[in-house]
Design a protein around this ligand. Structure first.
Ligand code: NAP
Length: 271
């Protein structure tokens, strides 16, 4: 059994806006674990030296924008799913070696189960976005069974590079309309809608039975979630994925299941 981490951090740049500290600190208190989860704002140039110090301290933690791929490259050991996603959002130290996992993938599955009741099979998915979150989405979908995904992204080259990593599943769509049309499930994996009411998905093109998961979360729901619901579609924002990935990271660090209700309530209080 790996010893408990001696420090728990969130690495990102910026990190001040993150809700993870509130959520994880609530879980730590509920579990009686005497650690605090600290946000660490680390510019890219300081990432290597910060990781060296954290390894020496037997620290553990999460990684957010823009460091997930760089931390994956630094890990001595990566779980198969972190390897597949090409990104690490959860790390810890084992025998002086940095180990990385990607709990966004299972967290995404948790959010899909919450939205539609079960993981689907044999469905078309419309995916908008081609960054790290979109890679985690495709890594999840390829486990579901005979699903396909149309990927649209503002920069087509990035969509193509992502689809090329998942050739059995993903094709590039020339427009968001094309990605969404006929899809049973539509995912926003861009950051559009985080700070304003911009909508990255053409809601008028949604299939009548489509369900929409927006990985973005904000107070009062994103404009995409509101617009999809207004048209009678099932739709949810990114909080369930945030809780899912956070709960799974907690289990990695401490070997025990955190109280997800406490984590959820901490988010409701802060959003
Ligand atoms: P990322 O790697 O930086 O990718 C950002 C994506 O958003 C790219 O596809 C980018 O397109 C697109 N984008 C940004 N601004 C845009 C605009 N104005 N118009 C159109 N497209 C735009 O970030 P990421 O890690 O994938 O994260 C994406 C979002 O998912 C973030 O908002 C993050 O908060 C959310 N997320 C949520 C969870 C959760 O637990 N709920 C977990 C992970 C991520 P280009 O390639 O053209 O720049």
């Amino acid at each position: 059994m790996t010893p408990r981490p001696r420090r728990l951090v969130l690495l990102g740049h910026p990190v001040a806006h993150s809700l993870s500290p509130r959520m994880q600190n609530a879980a730590l208190r509920a579990a009686g674990i005497p650690l605090r989860y600290e946000p660490l704002d680390v510019p890219a140039g300081a990432l290597d030296s910060t990781l060296d110090a954290l390894i020496a301290e037997d620290a553990a933690g999460n990684v957010t924008i823009p460091h997930k791929a760089a931390v994956a490259a630094r890990c001595a050991v990566r779980t198969p799913i972190a390897e597949r996603a090409g990104a690490v959002n959860t790390f810890w130290v084992e025998h002086g070696r940095l180990v990385g996992d990607n709990t966004d993938v299972d967290g995404f599955d948790d959010a899909i189960r919450e939205l539609i009741g079960a993981l689907p099979a044999h469905v078309a998915v419309g995916l908008v976005g081609a960054g790290g979150a979109a890679a985690a989405v495709l890594a999840a979908i390829e486990r579901w069974g005979d699903c396909r995904a149309g990927v649209y992204n503002r920069s087509e080259a990035r969509a193509r590079a992502l689809a090329d990593r998942f050739p059995a599943l993903a094709t590039v769509a020339a427009t968001a309309d094309e990605a969404v049309r006929g899809a049973a499930l539509v995912i926003n994996a861009t950051s559009v809608g985080l700070h304003d009411d911009a909508i990255p998905v053409p809601v008028e093109a949604l299939d009548p039975a489509a369900a929409v998961l927006d990985l973005v979360y904000r107070r009062g729901d994103t404009a995409l979630v509101r617009a999809a619901r207004a048209r009678g579609r099932r739709a949810a924002g990114g909080l369930a994925m945030l809780v899912g990935q956070g709960a799974r990271a907690f289990r990695r660090w401490f070997g025990v299941e955190p109280d997800r209700r406490v984590m959820w309530e901490a988010l409701q209080d802060s959003i």
